[in-house]
Design a protein around this ligand. Structure first.
Ligand code: MTE
Ligand code: MO
Length: 534
């Protein structure tokens, strides 16, 4: 019986989540308790635990979080069911408390009473199910003890009795009542489980379809830029096999964000509010944007978490509106020094106001490589700032620019131990030859990319086996805001070799050889490759 009670608690909890998921179709996916609680856990995880989780699970951290929450939910629901009785509804009270807490969190995340509905309606359904199942379980456990024992000994006892008397024994009658009761309990559990599954799947399916902006995105027509980008100079892309292309296709572009589900922001509901330390607060709608003429710029975006030789960096053609012009319309106060940009899902980045207004192509971007922004990359609008790592500048699904000061506001990752300032460090990557593979001796092309956004790369050097640093050939510079490809012809001799590369930027200095990890403001050191030549 204890086992059945625990199972009843678990299927009733599943019904809470399933029904809540269905209600969230109408109230917004952010209000579904599983998501609202998950996001709350993410935002409040202590720094030590978070760093451990990212180091241990990497980009699977979100999946691990959901699995852990699921295990906790199963344990708690099992215990709640185990203690529930018809006359003593302790489990139901636990469900009600959970429902109220989740309702408050849901309302907070969505900003209104509607956000509380999934948790309230879901937990009401769960309590009804738990009460019903418990009544059925109480019915059979109130029957005489012998009748509730597993079938084999009972039948043995009953057979012995009836063999003597030749009559239907009381024990056998109890057993058949218990059998019916047991079937009713199992049937109830199965029905509740199926209902939970059906509601949950339907919620996911319809919720996805209702809020999904993929179809809307396909109909967006981007405005034309003031001037089309000039054709890329010949030799901007050296087209060496194994070498990263100059422009990164959207499908290959790295993705980094804290979003448990990708925010779905329609152009109808989107707006950008510029406020804080400004003389003139302004709000721009999508239609306001379309009335203006955007510019198109090439910018190489990079993540501060990119390790040496890592691939969290990409180059795209961005269509967007100059942030210096938008900010000028709001007239920032002279003592302001930070723009805290905020996304639809509450993530924040703090960028120096001076960087956004120093004449570089800092953009409110709406297009990426000739298409509306992909949903994962911030549709319908995001920020792109040449020379700053993404965590201090590249807010996706951006809805707010708050003009403020670094001594008053702290952005998402800065609160979690990363530097408040995040200029991109000069870096180099070796793309080919890659991996642990062996290569044949003879002429070999070593090639890669080099970046120093907004300063510009002036040279790349390659070192073989601790020898002299030799200049590599560079692709034509397109802008100082994008990476350059480099190649180096090497006559590979048999044996094991160590290859290193480094870039020189317009400061005239090679990038630093000092090895540093990604925390708190980006990795440094030379990319190194050990290779076996046959
Ligand atoms: N809303 C939101 N925007 C965000 C982030 C985020 O977590 N949430 N991550 C930032 C980080 S750390 C990086 S490196 C870039 C990555 O942009 P991409 O996913 O388009 O490559 O987005 C930035 N913008
Ligand atoms: Mo990042």
């Amino acid at each position: 019986m204890a086992f059945l009670r625990a199972v009843a608690g678990i299927v009733a909890a599943a019904l809470v989540l399933g029904v809540a998921e269905l209600v969230a179709v109408f109230t917004g996916s952010g209000s579904a308790p599983a998501y609202a609680l998950g996001a709350t856990v993410v935002d409040h995880t202590p720094d030590g635990v978070r760093e451990w989780a990212i180091a241990t699970f990497g980009t699977n951290d979100k999946a691990v979080l959901f699995v852990c929450m699921g295990l906790v939910a199963v344990a708690v629901a099992g215990i709640a069911g185990y203690f529930e009785r018809s006359a003593r509804p302790v489990g139901s009270v636990a469900f009600a408390i959970f429902g109220l807490v989740a309702a408050v969190i849901g309302a907070g995340r969505v900003g209104g009473f509607a956000g509380a509905l999934p948790a309230l309606i879901g937990s009401a359904a769960g309590i009804l199910a738990l009460r019903g199942l418990t009544r059925r379980i109480d019915d059979i456990s109130d029957a005489p003890r012998s009748a509730t024992e597993p079938a084999a000994p009972q039948l043995g006892a009953a057979t012995a009795t009836s063999a003597v008397s030749g009559e239907e024994s009381p024990a056998r009658a109890d057993a058949s009542i218990a059998g019916t009761g047991r079937r009713r309990v199992l049937g109830g559990i199965a029905a509740t489980g199926l209902l939970a599954l059906g509601a949950g799947l339907a919620g996911r399916l319809f919720g996805g379809a209702r809020h999904d902006v993929t179809a809307e995105r396909a109909t967006v027509e981007l405005p034309g830029a003031t001037a089309p980008l000039p054709e890329l100079p010949p030799d901007a892309d050296l087209r060496v096999p194994g070498l990263t292309s100059y422009i990164t296709p959207n499908s290959d572009f790295y993705r980094i964000d804290t979003a448990l589900i990708v925010p779905q922001v329609s152009t109808d509901s989107w707006s950008l509010r510029i406020h804080g330390m400004v003389d003139q607060e302004i709000t721009l709608t999508w239609d306001d944007l379309l009335r203006r003429t955007p510019v198109e710029r090439l910018v190489t975006l990079a993540c501060v978490s990119n390790p040496i030789n890592g691939d969290l960096i990409g180059n795209a053609r961005w269509l967007g509106y100059r942030l210096d012009e938008l900010l000028a319309e709001a007239r920032p106060h002279p003592d302001a020094d930070m723009v805290l940009s905020r996304s639809k899902d509450g993530w924040t980045a703090g960028s120096p106001l001076s960087v956004l207004t120093d004449g570089r192509d800092a953009l409110l971007a709406i297009g990426m490589n000739g298409e509306p922004l992909p949903v994962q990359h911030g549709y319908p609008a995001r920020l792109v700032v040449p020379g700053l790592y993404g965590y201090v500048s590249a807010t996706k699904w951006v809805t707010e620019l708050e003009v403020t000061r670094f001594d008053r506001a702290t952005a998402y990752w800065t609160r979690r131990g990363w530097s408040a300032q995040g200029p991109i460090k000069t870096g180099t990557r070796i793309d080919t030859p890659r991996g642990r593979g062996r290569i044949p001796q003879g002429r070999t092309v070593i090639a890669g990319v080099a970046w120093a956004q907004h300063r510009g790369v002036t040279g790349v050097e390659v070192q073989v086996d601790n020898g002299d640093w030799r200049p590599a050939r560079l692709s034509t510079e397109v802008t100082v805001d994008t990476w350059r490809q480099w190649t180096y012809d090497w006559d590979a001799t048999p044996g094991q070799h160590t290859l290193r590369a480094r870039s020189i930027d317009t400061t005239g200095q090679p990038q630093t050889a000092v090895e540093q990890g990604v925390v708190p403001d980006g990795a440094t050191g030379y990319p190194t490759l050990t290779i076996q030549v046959n």
